[in-house]
Design a protein around this ligand. Structure first.
Ligand SMILES: Cc1cc2nc3c(=O)[nH]c(=O)nc-3n(C[C@H](O)[C@H](O)[C@H](O)COP(=O)(O)OP(=O)(O)OC[C@H]3O[C@@H](n4cnc5c(N)ncnc54)[C@H](O)[C@@H]3O)c2cc1C
Length: 317
């Protein structure tokens, strides 16, 4: 089977869930090889990548590949594309992954597809475009298919691979060294999952009514082990921080379950969440456009519905 390169996303030496999803997808289309950039590779990461099917793990342990923002990672992948002639390269459709994909496409004179939410035979990608109004199937027609896949596009399934480690190295070009990371500041992280990676997202909108009332949304999120999101109306009002905004000018999420409470369902909000597998809307207006999109809807006051829902979830644990 043909080799498929999967760029590993990792933090502090830990493999992120999206990489396990990409390995699972790659396994259905060929033989996955993981590509690790940076010095933090260790036995735990190796075991995790092998557990999810990586036959090979290319490791460039030099700090150069992570100290100059994204350019060296694209150079590393380009060098591997040239030496291994893979059938495709998969990266996570994160802000960084998409930039790497674009740069890699230019370097290898290949086509690139970003924000794929599925991938099938012949590397045909499913994409949701025009703010989610149209679904398209796309295929790269030139060079090596380079595909950036959104987190949560598939469920990660373990299936052991050999996990054979192979050291690789590149000399980062002068252009690749044009911007250097001078400091890394760890963001305080709560117990909740990261918004773009979470399997469940509970979002609140203007209907929540105030910053204090967001505790209702947080209560349901914590009962479900979910991330909290917000509409722009809520973040603009200062009720919830902007980094949690979902939508066209916020984060794009594609969870298994998206619960929208007190959100009308404007096109700009939909653009960030409508590829969620199941959408539940709670809104007191039965005519709210979000119900056109929802798989399940509750017409009611969120201040009554959401706490009851959280209580029911807790009872079943
Ligand atoms: C260029 C541009 C970019 C934008 N980008 C984004 C973006 O990234 N993300 C985004 O979200 N928006 C974005 N917007 C704004 C977007 O157009 C909407 O204004 C916004 O999404 C509305 O947020 P909302 O649904 O919370 O508020 P509203 O549209 O005011 O809806 C509030 C809803 O809450 C319901 N409600 C009220 N009280 C209750 C209650 N007690 N219980 C239950 N339901 C209740 C109401 O019936 C209503 O449906 C953008 C707009 C522009 C022009």
């Amino acid at each position: 089977m043909s080799e498929i390169l999967v760029l590993v996303e990792h933090v502090d030496g830990e493999v992120k869930k999206v990489t396990l999803e990409l390995l699972t997808l790659a396994r259905s289309l060929g033989t996955p090889s993981a590509v690790w950039a940076g010095p933090s590779f260790g036995p735990d990461a190796k075991a995790k990548l092998a557990e999810y099917g990586a036959e090979k793990i290319y490791v460039d342990a030099s700090s150069d590949v992570v100290d100059y923002v994204v350019a060296p990672k694209a150079e590393l992948l380009a060098s591997l594309v040239s030496s291994t002639s893979p059938a495709a390269v998969l990266v996570a459709a994160t802000a960084e992954g998409k930039e790497i994909a674009g740069r890699l496409a230019v370097k290898t004179d290949s086509g690139v597809i970003t924000d794929a939410v599925g991938l099938g035979e012949g590397f045909v990608a499913d994409q949701s475009i025009f703010g989610g109004g149209v679904n398209v199937h796309s295929r790269v027609t030139k060079g090596t298919p380079i595909i950036a896949v959104r987190p949560n596009s598939t469920a990660p399934v373990a299936a052991a691979g050999a996990g054979t480690e192979e050291s690789v190295s590149i000399t980062v070009s002068d252009l690749g060294r044009a911007a250097r990371v001078v400091e890394r500041v760890k963001q305080e992280k709560g117990a909740r999952p990261e918004l773009t990676e979470a399997a469940i997202v509970v979002s609140g909108g203007r209907g929540v009514g105030s910053a204090e009332n967001f505790s209702v949304i947080e209560g349901l999120a914590d009962a479900l082990g979910a991330a909290v999101g917000a509409s722009r109306a809520a973040t603009d009002a200062g009720w919830y921080p902007h980094q949690f905004q979902v939508g066209q000018t916020g984060k794009t999420v594609s969870p298994q379950l998206y619960i929208a409470a007190g959100i009308s369902g404007a096109i700009q909000h939909r653009a960030g969440m409508q590829t969620a597998k199941t959408i539940v809307a709670i809104n007191k207006d039965p005519e709210a456009p979000i119900f056109e999109l929802a798989d399940f809807g509750v017409v009611g006051d969120l201040h009554q519905v959401v706490p009851q829902l959280a209580d029911e979830v807790k009872k079943r644990k």
